[in-house]
Write a protein that binds this ligand. Structure first.
Ligand SMILES: [Zn+2]
Length: 427
């Protein structure tokens, strides 16, 4: 159960609360420094940027960012096959790294470079993990690197780690009980498994365990699941958004109103076709750069969709915030230039218990995309004008595009329907 007096800390308060223009200058300085360095020392970047005609002599800084080509995971795979193990993205001899991490698809990654990355430590700290916490790390230590990255970051914070890895819920509950574990790291779904296993063992998870905080990741965290976890375990649940190749790109603080971008990380939300930034409130692909001096990743596309949050966070951190991760690019349908995801519709309708079923239909008329949202109510309410207008307004607020809502009789929308159907025909 979370102690009401439990403090919340920063990893590096002066840096995290520095006015944004100063932080931006620092990011720009690192970008320019890294670009000049990779052209001299990285075979891959030298080739990629030369082919794209990037001329560093007239590259001014962040304003020219969109001139750098976006790198995709498929590019990494191809280059690693030609130039093993790291594809020539490394800037120091491969032998200087302490580890070679393995990623799914035999994608290699150097680990434990002499230059530490603090993005994950900042995220764990921001999410509520403190020096002195006993942390159960239930990410997989076998093969994949993520558990090790978290483990190293806990060392930076000064917390004690229990490297328990995945599975064996019974044993994990016993460990939590016997060692008074105060923090959890892992997926939200495995945390729910542990809570349920504790109940099945006759325990009250909130009263009989000492857990106070969980920093979850690697999966989506719907608000309903967060609330159930917090209620059942009597803890605070915060999420971090990280990719192994880049580090942490965003994390929730105590306020839980978006994902703060950590120090030293440059995150963009771009139109994937043009590579140009999307305006605030408009969804685009997350592309990020980490400036790691030994293995820099510059403009690596994540395949995730997000949008920027507006306004300042009361926690005092000055970084930009991603509002939330909407889902994967390949699940999205683009309507009038805006990405629409099934999860966004689910979120919209979560606060409408009167709705029985819904389906969005995208069609095309006179070279215009049309979005039509068909809704079945639990009770037949006829063509309820007020409710229809409310849903149309919410649709506009949630998706940043306009659409029409049509109330249809029960039984119109087929069973086992996808909640977005795309009926556009392209020649
Ligand atoms: Zn905050």
């Amino acid at each position: 159960m979370t102690d009401p007096d439990r403090p919340w800390r920063y990893l590096n308060q002066p840096a995290e609360t520095q006015p944004w223009p100063q932080r931006q200058q620092e990011v720009e300085r690192r970008l320019l420094e890294t670009l000049h360095m990779v052209m001299k020392r990285s075979r891959a970047y030298d080739q990629i940027y030369r082919q794209a005609g990037v001329d560093l002599t007239c590259f001014r800084g962040l304003e020219d960012l969109a001139r750098l080509p976006i790198i995709r995971m498929s590019d990494l795979v191809a280059r690693q096959e030609q130039d093993p193990p790291f594809g020539g993205f490394e800037t120091v001899p491969a032998g200087e790294f302490h580890r070679i991490y393995i990623n799914p698809g035999f994608l290699w990654q150097p680990g434990e470079s002499p230059y530490g990355d603090t993005s994950v430590a900042e995220a764990l700290c921001g999410g509520g993990i403190l020096a002195g916490d006993r942390v159960l790390n239930t990410f997989n230590y076998h093969l994949w690197p993520y558990a090790h990255m978290l483990d190293d970051s806990l060392k930076t914070i000064g917390a004690t780690v229990l490297p328990s890895g995945t599975g064996n819920a019974f044993m994990q509950v016993r460990i939590m009980q016997k060692l008074a574990v105060s923090a959890y790291m892992g997926t939200p779904s495995f945390l729910m498994t542990l809570a349920q296993r504790a109940e099945a063992m006759g325990l009250d998870p909130a009263a009989d365990l000492d857990l106070e905080v969980a920093v979850v990741g690697a999966e989506m965290l719907p608000e309903s699941l967060r609330q159930r976890l917090e209620g059942k375990l009597g803890i605070t649940v915060r999420q971090s958004y990280a990719t192994v190749y880049l580090g942490c790109l965003g994390y929730e603080c105590r306020q839980a109103n978006g994902l703060h971008v950590p120090q030293g990380m440059l995150v963009e939300v771009v139109d994937p076709q043009s590579g140009r930034p999307q305006p605030p409130g408009v969804a685009g692909e997350v592309v990020a750069s980490n400036f790691n001096p030994a293995f820099p990743m510059l403009r690596l596309a994540t395949g995730d969709l997000s949008l920027w949050a507006e306004g300042e966070c009361p926690c005092g951190r000055t970084s930009p915030r991603l509002k939330r991760i909407l889902g994967r690019m390949d699940q999205a349908v683009k309507v009038r230039g805006t990405f629409v995801l099934p999860s966004q519709l689910d979120e919209l309708f979560a606060s409408h218990p009167e709705v029985f079923k819904y389906q969005a239909e995208v069609s095309r008329h006179r070279d215009q995309d049309l979005l039509n949202l068909r809704v079945e109510f639990i009770e037949d309410v006829g063509d309820h004008v007020g409710l229809r207008r409310l849903l149309e307004r919410e649709l506009h607020e949630f998706l940043a595009i306009k659409g029409q809502v049509e109330v249809v009789p029960r039984g119109t929308i087929p069973d086992f329907h996808g909640n977005i159907v795309d009926r556009r025909k392209w020649d």
